[in-house]
Design a protein around this ligand. Structure first.
Ligand code: C2E
Ligand code: MG
Ligand code: MG
Length: 367
């Protein structure tokens, strides 16, 4: 075996001959164990970890290809929780190339103005009146039709592209709010935007939201910001500080997809929040499952005790709407009240559903 340092904290091990993939993985595991042994330096015990990526030399693979494949594998290993051994195979190679291609098309999409925003109504539970819209991004991907966020947001979130995408949405929404201000029936509508972790992490996050509002003369109370628990938990104190500032400006803060992640009621108390959005996965089971109903009731009551407003997402039927209303939800959102649709579909009638192409485009995704 030869061992060398490639640079930084990357090392290369050439093992020959080796029996096969199984033996290579075993060697990788031994390497990780050896590297992870605690060391004592000046009376302090330190411990480092390692991830291993393996490429097997097959028929004719040259050194550069082997290095590239090992690199692909070790990045994959790090991505999936460190301290792991990953083998580069055809599947991994394809998924990496596909991901790279997707990232390239996404950055072209920003330049080429291929994104669009669809708006979905959020209604008051008591009256069914539309009081808000959630802004949901769509991608008119050349040759692929209308693509929903489930197929590209995750890829964008792996890079800084998501920051530009979220910023673009905020700008567009501010512009849309200004346009709706001119229409009496939509002048009071508020819009909710989704922000991802990286966007929340930007140093000037607060300005990134406030500046477009100021430029278009929008009252900040017409903007809601939806964050997920996962993105807030990356740096709880910092996120709380930023969100608290936005609240002093009048922007309302909602925690999205509540009940799907590492839900903790303790976070609800410490975070500056106005609203809790109960994930759609609850609403579908609630009709038949009494335990599920009890849980929803508990979450809603606790949220109310903490001064939070509750929105129930994913309402698809009249029964679900009635049930969630009885359980105490303040606002409701879902296909039953309206599908996400382009802004101009809401101009004429704020409760109108979207056109049939949009129905097709939005059906396969969602919670
Ligand atoms: P979300 O914020 O929880 O948005 C609700 C999702 O549920 C939307 O999916 C919506 O179309 C879908 N939905 C609404 N009503 C129903 C219903 O009755 N039944 C079902 N099954 N689904 C329903 P969409 O538009 O595909 O968006 C998926 C997710 O992508 C969003 O979940 C949000 O997390 C993210 N996303 C959307 N737009 C943006 C954006 O501009 N920036 C960022 N960072 N994320 C976004
Ligand atoms: Mg949302
Ligand atoms: Mg949600």
């Amino acid at each position: 075996d030869h061992v060398g340092r490639l640079g930084g904290d990357e090392f290369l091990v050439i093992a020959e001959p080796i029996g096969g993939a199984y033996e290579a993985v075993h060697l990788g595991e031994r390497l990780i164990r050896a590297v992870s042994d605690p060391m004592t330096i000046d009376n302090t015990t330190v411990q480092v970890g390692a991830s291993v990526g393996i490429a097997m030399s097959g028929d004719g693979a040259d050194a550069a290809t082997l290095l590239r494949d090992a690199d692909i594998a070790v990045y994959h290993a790090k991505d999936h929780g460190r301290g792991r051994v990953e083998l580069c195979d055809e599947r991994l190679r394809t998924s990496v190339f596909r991901r790279a291609a997707l990232e390239q098309s996404l950055s072209r999409a920003l330049l080429g103005d291929e994104f669009d925003i669809h708006y979905q109504p959020i209604v008051r539970a008591g009256t069914g009146q539309t009081i808000e819209m959630e802004a949901l991004i769509r991608w008119r991907r050349p040759g692929r039709g209308l693509v929903t966020p489930g197929d590209f947001i995750e890829a964008a979130e792996r890079t800084d592209l998501i920051v530009e995408i979220d910023q673009w949405v905020v700008e567009r929404v501010a512009r849309q709010l200004a346009a709706w201000s001119e229409r009496p029936e939509l002048a009071d509508i508020a819009v909710a935007v989704n922000v991802s972790a990286r966007f929340l992490d930007t140093a000037d996050f607060e300005e990134r939201l406030m500046t477009p509002l100021r430029r278009h003369g929008i009252d900040p109370s017409r903007l809601l910001v939806e964050v997920t628990e996962g993105s807030v938990l990356r740096d709880l104190a910092e996120a709380a500080r930023k969100l608290a500032f936005l609240r002093t400006q009048g922007i309302r803060i909602a925690i999205d997809d509540f009940g799907t992640g590492y839900t903790s009621l303790a976070h609800l108390r410490t975070l500056p929040l106005d609203r809790l959005k109960l994930d759609g996965s609850f609403t579908s089971d609630a009709l038949t499952d009494i335990q599920e109903r009890t849980l929803i009731k508990l979450i809603i009551d606790t949220g109310h005790l903490l001064g939070l407003e509750i929105t129930a997402e994913g309402i698809e039927t009249e029964e679900q709407a009635g049930l969630l209303r009885r359980l105490g939800a303040d606002t409701l959102q879902g296909y039953f009240f309206g599908r996400p649709a382009p802004a101009d579909a809401h101009d004429t009638d704020s409760t109108q559903a979207s056109d049939p192409t949009n129905l097709v485009a939005t059906t396969p995704s969602g919670p």
